[in-house]
Design a protein around this ligand. Sequence first.
Ligand code: TEU
Ligand code: CA
Length: 559
Amino acid sequence: MQTPWWKEAVVYQIYPRSFMDSNGDGIGDLNGITSKLDYLKELGIDVIWMSPVYQSPNDDNGYDISDYQAIMDEFGTMEDFDRLLSEAHKRGLRIVMDLVVNHTSDEHAWFVESRKGKEGPYADFYIWRDGKADGSEPNNWGSCFSGSAWQFDEGRGQYYLHLFSKKQPDLNWDNPKVRDKVFQMMAWWCDKGIDGFRMDVISMISKTANMPDGKANGGLYGDFGPYCVHGPNVHQYLREMNERVLSRYDLMTVGETSGVTPEQACLYAGTDTHELNMVFQFEHVDPKGKYGKWDDRKMPLVTLKKILSKWQEELYGKAWNSLFWDNHDQPRAVSRFGDDRPQYRVRSAKMLATCLHMMQGTPYIYQGEELGMTNYPFKSPDEFRDIESVHAYEEWCESGRVSHEEFWPCIAAISRDNARTPFQWDDSPNGGFTKGTPWILVNPNYREINAQAALKDPDSVFHYYQKLIALRKQYPVIVHGKYRLLLEDDPDLFVYTREFEGEKLLVVCSFTEEEREISLPEEFKEAQCLIGNYPDLGDEGKEKRLVRPYEAFVYFLRQ
Ligand code: TEU
Ligand code: CA
């Protein structure tokens, strides 16, 4: 059997607003992306996933779409898009679009019609409910962006459900006309020649008919989870999508499915379930924290290993993993899982890359990760642009529930804006991202950390990623090998093996600044070192060797 291309691919995620501004308005755009395709080609990636570029009033930076078949004015035109697609294809790069169909913008024509009244062709396109007898919300559910998940609409005299902001009403997938419209729109993009979809919160499209109060989850509101996540018809709708659209094209599909278990992942992305190719799970980036998701503590390495190993083992041969440390909703990988102090930043960024890219699954690189870009040193909440961070600060702090002193380090560490500061291209003003005023603060460390410097330095994080990507193309064991965790209780070292048709890898990654001693398995004594993040190989060939601060190395042998 031939391996599908997306199993051998490395994906690079672009957050268009923050990647490259071509016209000086301070906002990244499509022509900016096109101008940087050669940079991505040089890195060696195969696929670009772009966060949404569709028409949007930008309440949630494009995740609130008002027209699925038009480009956001700030990002350019449909001609710019077509040029980007063809320039990418010319270079052998594929483009995966973000598909946001759990909700639309409240400015989408369907919602504008739907809110007019209970009659009419779009009346049933969204999830409308009457209020309680006293006029209050239908139930106690809270939205992901703070506040109630229900919004009263004067015109219609009912509440609509919005699991995210009130400008993101949830579509009613139980209505077959909604599915028709969504599938038609998807086919329209596929006919244009795009190469796949990353599906935003796709696990939330099916809701239970009955909508009781949710359990209080520590916050002020009830949890909608049991009624909206992995809901009753989600698999049926995805199989229908697969049959009517996906299976008719050569695509890569990845579902964003927070809260997913390996068993559920085997349904969403099973080898023969005819839904999606793979899913994103979030257990390793989802602290059950001090204040909901807001938490500045590091996850203990033993826990991290347990989570990632579970996913490696339980999907093996049944479904396919997506591998990532960060994305546009998460803090920067090196700040969160590595050590972004100047003496360890480069070393630990390379270590993290090794640890992830040697695992089984399709790796995703979030823009700037390949430079070791760090979290932003936020000083005050008015520096936030992200709707989630702004509302969370209000809900937790301004309400008086926790003090600023207590909460600030937590939100500063986790805020999505850490990932959304502009890409750092060079050491010119604004990191070369824009000639105008950037829409969000630029990290002042752009003078040291930028693409131009990385390209010049043979030891840069960039060149290390380039090498890791090239290795994947050379050694089938990296794509297919069976994973086994060693030293599971070791608090500092992440050590595992991979095995495939007589090829074997040993991957050793240190998550500490302390030196550690390790005994290598006997069989690897004569093995060849494929890659490592120190210039010399250390005590090679010895059974016992020192593992230096944040060291990573990979041994290979063929039996
Ligand atoms: O994210 C959904 C999601 O579950 C979270 O990761 C979200 O970012 C938030 O932190 C919940 O606490 C997707 C998109 O990736 C995100 O950017 C959008 O804001 C969201 O859906 C709504 O479309
Ligand atoms: Ca621009």
